[in-house]
Write a protein that binds this ligand. Sequence first.
Ligand SMILES: *Cc1c(COP(=O)(O)O)cnc(C)c1O
Length: 353
Amino acid sequence: MIDQEDIKAVAEVLASGMIAQGEKVKEFENALARFVGARYGVAVSSGTSALHLALLGLGVGAEDEVIMPSYVCSSPYLATLHVGAVPKVVDIDLSDFNICAATVKEQLSPKTKAVIVPHMFGTPAELDELLELEIPVIEDCAQSLGAEYKSRRVGGFGELSTFSFYATKMIATGEGGMVLTNNKEIYARIIDVRDYDNKPLTPTKYNYKMTDFQAALGLSQLKKLQHFIERRRQIASLYTDRFSEYNVEVPRSYDHKKSVFYRYIVMVNEIEHIKKSGKEKGVTCERPIFKPLHKSLQLFRCPNSDKAYDHALSIPLYPSLSEREIEHILRIFDDVFAQCKPYSYGLHCDGKL
Ligand SMILES: *Cc1c(COP(=O)(O)O)cnc(C)c1O
C-alpha cells in the first residue's frame, strides 16, 4: 500500500541527486535492526540475495547441506544452490505450515551447516525446539516482519535472519531485502560480499546493493507497519469468526506466538471446486504455494506438505481492503463454504496420524 508520504519520501531522494546506496540505506538498516531487535543490518536487492548472503555469511559452501521445508517458494532452494551446497528438503507441521524440529532431525547429518526456517504466512515456527538442535538457524522472515514468538519479534532468534521487501510483502520497496545478525564477523563478511567494486578480484563478490530511494520508501513504509499489522489482524479475526461456522479449518491461534497474517489460509476439501466457485462469484483465491519443493524434486517424501498443497487455500487479505470489500468477501464465502464437506486434518509434524 503506497501513499502520498511514501511518494514524497522517494521524490526527496530523487531530487537530491544521490540515488545509489548511501545514507538512506544505512538509516533503513539501522531502523529495521532496531525494530526487530538485532544488532546489524545489511540491505540488499531482494529476499533471495539476502538468503544467498546469509549462507555465505555462515561460510556454507560446496558439499555442505542446508535443511529447509518443502512447503515454501523456490528462493531458499535456489540460494542454497548459489553457494554450491546441497539442499535437504523436509516436511512441515500442518498446524502452522512450518518446518519443525521433528522433521529437521530426519535429515540432520555431520554435513548439515544451516537450517532455513521460513515463518510461513506470517506465523512463527516453533523456534525454541529448532534452536535446541544447535545447527545455525537462518530465519526467513520474508512473510513475517513484525510477527512475535514468546513476546519477541521474529528475526532476532536465529544466527541470521532475512527479509524481503518485494511489492506484495509486509512492507515494500519494489524489490529489496535485508540480512540481520548479532554476529559482528558474519556482518563484516556479508558487507564485504555485497559489493564487488574496488576490491581484489575473487569470485564471491556480488552487486546486491539497495538504492537510497528504495531505502527511503522502506523507511516510510516501516513507519506504517504497525498499522498494517493491526489491520491484517482485524480482518483475520473477522474472517475467523465467520468461517468457523463452516466445514473448513481456520488458522489456529496460539498463546505464545502472534501471526501478522501475511496470508489467511483455510484448509478445505475439494479445493478446485471452491476456487472455481469463488471465482465465479468474483473473488480469486489461490494455493499459497505454487508447487512444494519435493514435488519438483521427487527426492523427498513430505506427506504433510502434500496435504497442504491439496487443501490449503489463501483467502484475499490486505491492509488496503475497504470495509465494503471485506463484507463482499465474507458474503461470497458464506455461499461458497456452505457447500463444503467436512474437513478434518490428521497428520502432524512427526508424521503420526
Ligand atoms: C518472497 C519470499 C522470498 C524471496 O524474496 P524475493 O525478494 O522475492 O527474492 C523468500 N522466502 C520467502 C518465504 C518468501 O515469501
